[in-house]
Ligand binder design. Structure first.
Ligand SMILES: Cc1cc2nc3c(=O)[nH]c(=O)nc-3n(C[C@H](O)[C@H](O)[C@H](O)COP(=O)(O)OP(=O)(O)OC[C@H]3O[C@@H](n4cnc5c(N)ncnc54)[C@H](O)[C@@H]3O)c2cc1C
Length: 368
């Protein structure tokens, strides 16, 4: 089969790198992969290991602790996972690594090739006026999901927020094994803010919300100086961010004709944080496995195959989605009580996967 992948983000590239038995052409609108950046790049170490992507040269920093801060800095406590559970990856580096894997497989990657329209029968139209016909089209275009909407596959029930962040240089070194999440409606009305050390002198400061702005980022930086007592020397990166999609989608498999959607465009992300790297790539590996196993793309068979893989995750994610909807809506009072309760309930986080928020939640509620 001739397979077209639209988008050379982590999902598109990972999928392409796993397709062995077919010809793949990846279309990417930008002239390089991995840029411009939008992601905080905090991922679970276990998740990366399972994907075969936990590579020293791609890991910028690792975390054992999460510091949780409530409204007006109360409550404030640190959760100890007993060993390194999460890391910040070099996202442009990850994409460059995956690009090389795709090229090593003998596939084609067309940079500066923006796809402007897709026909469900596998016809792809690019900005330069070309028309190409494929047996399968994998839409891995990310959270803006323009082609997914065009194909009628977009899930309008998904919650979309905006994220904004910047890397800042500190005057003094800090403990880089802890990252911080701040739940305070003054900083973010519907989501949370984060401080993720990239090294002991540089931290990524950001927040998500229905509306974000440089002003809000400045307020967060002032908060960091005042409440966390960190002296910021200067901003040391461009301000970056983008659409955060809170999954999961209503239907976990979205396909039409010979087109299938993956990654953020599908909304295959964690409901609580919008993190989509591990989940999205895991899904892409299953799609690639299906494609490797067949000579003809059959939407019914692919659905059956993917649903069998997703059965366990679906239930967990749906449970968390409902919890999250309420959690992101409550005001500072309820937020504070919830965080206090979490602190009281926590006994032992040993063995809990950082990415598996549902198990974490059930553990807190003593249900597991
Ligand atoms: C502010 C923010 C913080 C985040 N933090 C985290 C985090 O800490 N951990 C985590 O796991 N996830 C995080 N995420 C989510 C994570 O970035 C996504 O889940 C992940 O990037 C999804 O990968 P993707 O390949 O589906 O999409 P993308 O990474 O968006 O890649 C899509 C690619 O498709 C290309 N493209 C789009 N349209 C076209 C077209 N028409 N033609 C050709 N090319 C096209 C784009 O240029 C891009 O290269 C964050 C997201 C945001 C916005």
């Amino acid at each position: 089969m001739r397979i077209c992948v639209i988008g050379a983000g982590p999902c598109g590239l990972y999928l392409a790198s796993h397709v062995r038995s077919h010809e793949v052409v990846v279309h990417e609108e930008h002239s390089v992969v991995g840029l411009p950046r939008h992601c905080t790049s905090l991922v679970s170490i276990r998740g990366l290991q399972e994907l075969g992507l936990y590579r020293k040269e791609l890991v910028l920093n690792r975390f054992r602790y999460i510091e949780v801060i409530g409204p007006s800095a109360y409550p404030r406590y640190r959760l100890d996972f007993r060993h390194y559970v999460a890391c910040v990856v070099d996202r442009p580096g990850l994409e460059r690594y995956l690009l090389q894997e795709v090229l090593n497989r003998g596939h084609v990657v067309k940079l500066r090739s923006r796809v402007v329209a897709v026909d469900p029968h596998g016809i792809v139209y690019t900005q330069d006026g070309a028309r190409e016909v494929y047996d399968v089209v994998v839409v891995a275009e990310g959270g803006y999901a323009a082609l997914t909407k065009q194909l009628g596959l977009y899930d309008y029930m998904l919650t979309k927020l905006w994220g904004i962040q910047v890397d800042v240089l500190l005057e003094h070194p800090i403990d880089s094994s802890t990252f911080t999440v701040i739940f305070d409606r003054v900083l973010s009305k519907k989501f949370f803010a984060w401080i993720v050390p990239i090294s002991d002198r540089c931290v990524r400061v950001g927040l998500g919300d229905y509306r974000v702005s440089i002003d809000k980022l400045c307020t967060l930086c002032r908060y960091v100086e005042k409440v966390l007592d960190l002296r910021i020397k200067r901003w040391c990166s461009e301000v970056f961010g983008g659409v955060i999609t809170l999954g999961p989608p209503l239907s976990l498999v979205k396909s039409r004709g010979s087109c299938i959607v993956v990654g953020d465009a599908l909304g295959f992300t964690k409901p609580l944080t919008g993190g989509g790297v591990v989940l999205g790539l895991t899904y892409c590996r299953w799609v690639a496995n299906y494609l490797n196993s067949t000579e003809v793309f059959d939407p019914k068979v692919v659905r059956k195959y993917l649903y069998s893989k997703l059965a366990n995750i679906h239930l967990k994610m749906s449970f968390l989605k409902h919890f999250t909807r309420v959690f992101h809506l409550v005001g500072n009072g309820v937020l504070r009580s919830t965080l206090q309760l979490v602190r009281l309930l926590i006994e032992d986080l040993e063995g809990v996967d950082f990415d598996d928020h549902t198990t974490l939640l059930l553990k807190l509620l003593h249900l597991r």
